[in-house]
Each structure stands twice: as C-alpha cells, then as structure tokens.
Design a protein around this ligand. Structure first.
Ligand code: UDP
Length: 244
C-alpha cells in the first residue's frame, strides 16, 4: 500500500538512503569465510548481509535419490529469525521454499552437473540481515561459494533488483523502496554468456520502462560481476603467494 507521507525520492533525484537513482549500495564480497564447508562466500550490499556455503559433490542420502547421469543441486534459502524487523517464524516459510527453488533453477543454468553423476551439491544461502534484494545477493554469494568449492561452471551468476519508485527507475532497491515502490524486478545473469537466468517482476512496468530497467540491471550486474571476479582473483593470488 502506498504511504502518502513518505517521500522516497527528493526533487534532486536523491533516494531515501542518499543514493542516486542508478547507484548500487556499498558492496562487500569475501570468499572462503567458513571452515567447515567446501566453498563459502559473504556478500554485504548495504544493510543486506548474506552467507553462502556449498558442500559437495558428495554422496546422496538416501542413495536411491541419486541420478545416474548428473549431480542433484540442492538449494536452501533461509532467513534467520533476527534478520528482519518482525521476527520471522522458525522453519521454512512458503516464501523461503519458493526462493530456494528459483535460486536453484538459476544456478542449474551454469553448473556442469553432468560432470558429477550420482552425487549431490548442496547450497545453503543464509540471510543474516535483510534490507531488500536478498534473493539476488544470495545468488551472487552462492555462485561464488560454488566457485570456491571448485565446482565447474559456465560462468558466475551476478544478480540485482531494479524497480520503479515514485515514477523513477532505480537500481538495487532497499527494503522500504521494495515495499512502497510501484515495481520490483529481481534479475540474475550469467554475464559472460549474456544470459538471463532469473527474472521476476512484482508490479507493473510499461514496455519502454521494462527495456530501460533491463539495461539498468545489466549495468549493475556488470559492476557486481567485476567485484566477484576481483574477490576471486584476490583470494587465489593470496593462496599462490602463500605457496611461494
Ligand atoms: N522481508 C521481511 N520479512 C519477511 C520477508 C521479507 O521483512 O518475512 C523484507 C526483507 O527486508 C526483504 C524484503 O522484505 O529483503 C523484500 O522481500 P522480497 O520477498 O521482495 O525478497 P528480496 O527482495 O529480499 O529478494
């Protein structure tokens, strides 16, 4: 519901958190942050904070679920109960089950599952703090955790939400913009392949707005993709220096 008193964008085109319309929130990426998983990553986009952990390829339990020609990709997107203002119920909500599915489908577009028949690859996305854009930041983190686990992929997945707020197209919506804006469109891409692996739209956009929003998302995604690659490069150059 629209809140009439709330002004989300100033006359000068500055957003409620001080950003310009086409500006991402401050992005922090770290790789190899957890000891017990095969691959892990931490992504912070403004106040949204997410860990991703990957296990596998490993034996499938129960065994009869194993597929003879490829690995099973399991994904679990979960929000901690303290990640949101209104305490989220324990256990998996319908929203979390749906987001686990869309994240899995996006990752299945890039992971070479056929290289690991009869195994499972398990991806956990754990939202520690939510302020909008958790499915997209979760995907950005999950693809890095897969890369760190050494899982062969056609590309990384980088993702961001774009949307319409008070008539303006904006990049990387925060929670309040997501809630009170007119439209919210999360997009994930495999940028090197120029392929869209997730696109959802909540609200309405004209054809022209949709085209512009897609261009804006691509711009944000390329920025995120560059930072993902920098984080991977930093991690492995540190490892190779340690080996010298
Ligand atoms: N949110 C919340 N409680 C919930 C689910 C979501 O407060 O149970 C907030 C949270 O900040 C989240 C935002 O609403 O990031 C937008 O949620 P949405 O379902 O659009 O997914 P997201 O944008 O996080 O991918």
């Amino acid at each position: 519901m629209k809140n009439e008193k709330l002004k989300l964008i100033s006359e000068e085109g500055i957003r409620i958190d001080g950003r310009k319309l086409e500006e991402l929130r401050p992005l922090r990426i770290e790789i190899g942050v957890l000891d017990k998983s095969d691959g892990s990553a931490y992504v912070e986009l403004g106040k949204t904070k997410i860990f991703a952990a990957v296990f596998g390829p490993r034996e499938v339990h129960p065994k009869h679920l194993a597929l003879p020609d490829r690995a099973i990709l399991n994904c679990r997107y979960h929000m901690t109960s303290f990640s949101v203002d209104e305490r989220k119920p324990l256990g998996m909500t319908r929203r979390e089950i749906e987001l686990s599915k869309v994240i899995r489908e996006a990752l299945e577009s890039v992971v070479f599952l056929e290289e690991f028949p009869r195994t499972s690859i398990d991806v956990y996305v754990e939202v520690i703090q939510a302020d909008g854009g958790t499915r997209t930041a979760g995907l950005t983190a999950a693809s890095l955790a897969l890369a760190e686990a050494g899982i062969p992929m056609a590309d990384l997945v980088a993702a961001v939400a774009v949307g319409k707020v008070e008539g303006h197209l904006v990049l990387d919506l925060c929670d309040i913009e997501d809630k009170y804006g007119e439209a919210d469109m999360p997009i994930a891409m495999a940028p090197r392949l120029n392929s869209i692996v997730l696109l959802q739209l909540n609200g309405r956009l004209t054809k022209e707005e949709f085209r512009k929003a897609l261009e804006l998302a691509k711009k944000g995604i390329m920025e995120i993709y560059q930072k993902q690659r920098d984080a991977l490069r930093k991690k492995y150059s540190e490892v190779s220096l340690m080996e010298v």
